[in-house]
Design a protein around this ligand. Structure first.
Ligand code: UD1
Ligand code: CA
Length: 454
């Protein structure tokens, strides 16, 4: 037995009212279609084909970039017509699994159960029972409970509209029979479309066995047609993430106010305050505390660190026992060793910070290699950019940089040296000595402050 997977993703998604194709709208930070492709790949198919529209909706470039085989459905004449474009998927497999690009949260285990439910000549349909089935195709059964057909909302009468069991769109079909049957689909229906769902009545007439798997969690088969449905599914997905984290030993101040848009690996006894967003691949070791309103992307936070409120951390590594924020920004390439401290209104980029070094207030540190035990005074700026090139600043262990200093790169501050407050350092500062550039302070004799005219 061999399996091909076809993902239907050519629909315009008119109900989204968007210039972006529906399947490219994001759920948990990734296109809907990417969620479906990920699930498909995990099933190890012989062939994976996506049916895309010939549109400006960014689907084709996305598929090209991910090296996914694509067929184009030039006109959107319905789901049946879409599958006809993917006959190449049927020629070299015994079964075809049809997935929808706008049904993003189906679990791989559920899809596997569907594959297992039908023998290689039978059909499997993933269904669900929902309180409000409006918009979905209804699963119509005969008196003995066998599936007769699927009827679309717009073609249904009162009796059929009352059916709560709906078609998820996800189906497993025998390839050879499909190859000869797709051309038998008509478009004499309310929407004038070639419905894939009509294939079920044809199968029943041909004596093909139709099995169903009824999915308990309706979110797994929920389709996104409107922005309201997208928002509901997003919340559902985030609730699942919150449950997973709490089960794994993370305390959430409010499970309704956390967003995981990617992969978050977390240790135990972590505290996460409200409105924290995780993007990309983030790992947080045990005993870390994250304050309100932080955004953490593609980063690693080591054991026992404290991230204070309103901080942003992007593509950075935070060493154990460090303290970040409040209002700190770690930009890509920031690597902090243990017990570093980055305080309020500090921006750090492409920089190594040694053990126990501190940048506590109002500073910009870019393209810098900083040793251990360094203290950077308030308002220090590394002038790393000459308008064309970036240059590095090197600061030795235990150096002390006075407040309001500019370090004009490339420049090196020697170990244990002290830079006087307000210095503009254009040449290297020797180790262990005081270097400063400010004029000597003087008081002007006889100076009077101007008087206001009466
Ligand atoms: C479809 C099903 C319905 C099911 C529902 C589940 C049909 C006729 N109806 O209805 O029974 O309950 O999904 O969510 O199949 N697409 C194309 N080309 C087209 C039309 C659609 O590729 O010409 C793609 C869309 O991009 C989308 C999927 O097929 O990913 C479903 O299309 P959509 O128009 O959303 O179908 P529904 O009306 O939701
Ligand atoms: Ca749909």
């Amino acid at each position: 037995m061999s399996l091909s997977i076809v993902i239907l993703a050519a629909g315009e998604g008119k109900r989204m009212k968007s210039a972006t194709a529906k399947v490219m709208h994001h759920l948990a930070g990734r296109p809907l279609l990417e969620h479906v492709i990920d699930a498909a790949i995990q099933l190890n198919p012989n062939k994976l084909v996506v049916v895309a529209g010939n549109d400006e909706g960014q689907v084709v470039p996305f598929l090209e970039c991910n090296q996914i085989e694509t067929v184009i459905q030039n006109e959107q004449l319905g789901t049946g017509h879409a599958l006809m474009q993917a006959k190449i998927a049927m020629t070299d497999s015994t079964q075809v699994l049809v997935l929808y690009g706008d049904v993003p949260l189906t679990k791989v285990t559920t899809l596997q159960a569907l594959i297992d439910c039908a023998d290689q000549n039978g059909i499997g349909i993933l269904t669900t029972k929902i309180a409000d089935p409006t918009g979905y195709g209804r699963i119509v059964r005969n008196d003995s409970g066998r599936v007769k057909c699927i009827t679309e909302q717009k073609d249904a009468d009162e009796r059929v509209l009352a059916i709560k069991e709906v078609n998820s769109g996800i189906m497993l079909l025998p390839s050879q029979w499909m190859l000869s049957s797709l051309d038998r689909l008509g478009n004499d229906n309310a929407q004038g479309e070639y419905y894939l769902t009509d294939i079920i009545a044809l199968a029943v007439a041909d004596g093909i066995e139709v099995n169903t798997i009824c999915c308990i969690d309706e979110a797994e088969v929920a389709g996104v047609n409107t922005r309201c449905q997208l928002a509901k599914l997003e919340r559902h997905y985030q609730a699942l993430q919150a449950d997973r984290l709490m089960t794994a030993g993370v305390t959430l101040a409010d499970p309704n106010r956390i967003d995981v848009r990617g992969e978050l690996n977390a240790g135990n006894d972590i505290f996460i305050d409200i409105n924290v967003i995780f993007e990309g691949k983030v790992s947080i070791a045990s005993h870390v505390s994250i304050g309100a309103n932080c955004i953490i992307k593609d980063s690693e936070i080591a054991e026992g660190s404290v991230i204070l409120p309103n901080s942003m951390i992007d593509s950075s590594v935070v060493g154990a026992g460090s303290s970040i924020g409040p209002f700190a920004r770690l930009r890509p390439g920031t690597i902090l060793r243990e017990k570093a401290k980055i305080g309020n209104f500090v921006e750090v980029k492409n920089t190594n910070v040694g053990v126990g070094s501190k940048v506590n207030h109002l500073s910009y540190i870019g393209d810098t290699d900083m040793g251990a035990g360094v203290n950077i005074g308030a308002g220090t700026i590394t002038c790393n950019y000459d308008g064309v090139n970036k240059h590095r600043t090197v600061i030795g262990d235990n150096a002390f940089i006075g407040s309001d200093t500019q370090l004009v790169a490339p420049v090196t501050v020697g170990e244990g040296s002290t830079i006087g407050a307000g210095t503009t350092l254009r040449k290297d500062a020797p180790a262990g000595q005081l270097t400063l550039t400010k004029n000597i302070q003087r008081t002007v004799e006889g100076w009077k402050s101007p008087e206001k005219k009466k």
